[in-house]
Design a protein around this ligand. Structure first.
Ligand code: PEP
Ligand code: MN
Length: 362
């Protein structure tokens, strides 16, 4: 797949800003004029709002599109809104919306994404695709593919975090490895971080935006409202245009690559150390699987089950204790140990079932 950029790549990150929802014409225009005076590339405002429970404000609908048209005419800003069905696409196009975005609750549903793709067939309009609400990279890729198959080439993606049960620091947890994996698969895809929906509150906005820039995201999407506390949706996470300006000015923009020779040399040395350590880790893992296979031999002779819950608990506890003493997070150790354990079970199952064992170098 070959994507074209939705935004001209500049020397600075891309900034998308505007209210969660268009509420009144005055609110939309006030926000847009304040943002037009700042470095903003695209003005956002939700016209049709997917709300978790009925009875909440579900957007102003069609009349809001005329307000966005006024924003364009008066400020010169390009505008974007969320579309969730074919009707939304038709209305948005009729009103000259420049960029469409697909929300997290829509990306999750292949029927809806296909309906959008059908409505977009043969058109040339940029589309932003938010991650699905659950941490399913394939579902995100599937949505990108459906829109691409409709002939849309200007596609960018938006990381807005993932749902999680229970109280956590974030409204939607930023599982950074997912957008990073996506970027590895599709290096040309521009990737934006919607820190407002990740955070769910104003206080965390800076921290998450800086993290996104440190990870070389192409830009940020931020909810901005003239009087955030009175917003009809997502009040806690919105900021005033002034707060937005201060927030953006505080960010440190990292360079995507090192260019000067001394720095490249220093990085080169460190990267060689990393490569050699990675090689050792893989050799050690292979040696560990050899031992697991020997154990499986004994288990087979004595007719003992492969999976021993007590032993697994002991291995995990040992790993967590060692990891914590060396400054490695519980989450990482537990993920790593589970992956190792699974691979070990697979190797043991091979021995148990008397299947051919791969030739190994060690
Ligand atoms: C939004 O951007 O206002 C929105 C509804 O976002 P999401 O689809 O990420 O929940
Ligand atoms: Mn919102």
């Amino acid at each position: 797949m070959h994507f074209q950029p939705v935004f001209e790549t500049k020397k600075r990150p891309i900034f998308i800003a505007g209210p969660c929802s268009a509420e009144t014409e005055a609110q939309v225009l006030a926000t847009a004029h304040a943002l037009a005076a700042q470095q903003v590339d695209l003005f956002r405002a939700g016209i049709w709002k997917p709300r978790t429970r009925p009875g909440a404000f579900e957007g102003v609908g069609k009349p809001g599109l005329a307000w966005l048209k006024r924003v364009k005419a008066e400020t010169g800003l390009r505008v974007t809104t969320e579309v969730a069905n074919g009707q939304h696409v038709a209305e948005a196009l009729k009103h000259g919306i420049d960029v469409l975005w697909i929300g997290a609750r829509t990306t999750v549903n292949p029927f809806s994404v296909q309906e959008l793709a059908d409505a977009l067939q043969g058109l040339d309009i940029p589309v932003l695709i938010k991650n699905p609400i659950n941490a399913d990279l394939k579902l995100w890729i599937g949505a990108i593919e459906r829109i691409y198959q409709a002939g849309i080439r200007r596609i960018a993606v938006v990381h807005r975090g993932f749902s999680k049960y229970g109280e956590v620091k974030y409204r939607n947890v930023p599982l950074w490895q997912l957008p990073i994996e996506l970027k590895i698969i599709f290096p040309e895809l521009q990737i934006i971080c919607d820190h407002s929906h990740i955070c769910g509150n104003r206080e965390l906005l800076h921290e998450v935006a800086q993290r996104a820039l440190d990870l070389n995201f192409d830009g940020l999407m931020t909810e901005v409202h003239p009087s955030p506390d009175e917003a009809w949706s997502d009040a806690e996470q919105q900021v005033t245009p002034e707060q937005y300006q201060a927030l953006m000015e505080d960010l440190i923009v990292r360079r995507p690559n090192a260019t000067d020779k001394v720095l490249l040399h220093q990085l080169g040395d460190l990267r060689r150390q990393i490569d050699s350590l990675d090689e050792k880790i893989i050799e050690l893992l292979s040696a560990r699987m050899d031992v697991a296979e020997q154990i499986a031999g004994y288990k087979r002779e004595n007719n003992i089950a492969i999976y021993q819950p007590e032993r697994w608990r002991e291995i995990l506890e040992n790993g967590l204790a060692k990891g914590s003493s060396l400054g490695l997070s519980e989450e990482f150790i537990s993920l790593m140990m589970k992956a190792i354990h699974q691979e070990s079970i697979n190797h043991q199952a091979t021995v148990m079932n008397d299947l051919e064992i791969m030739e190994r170098s060690i």
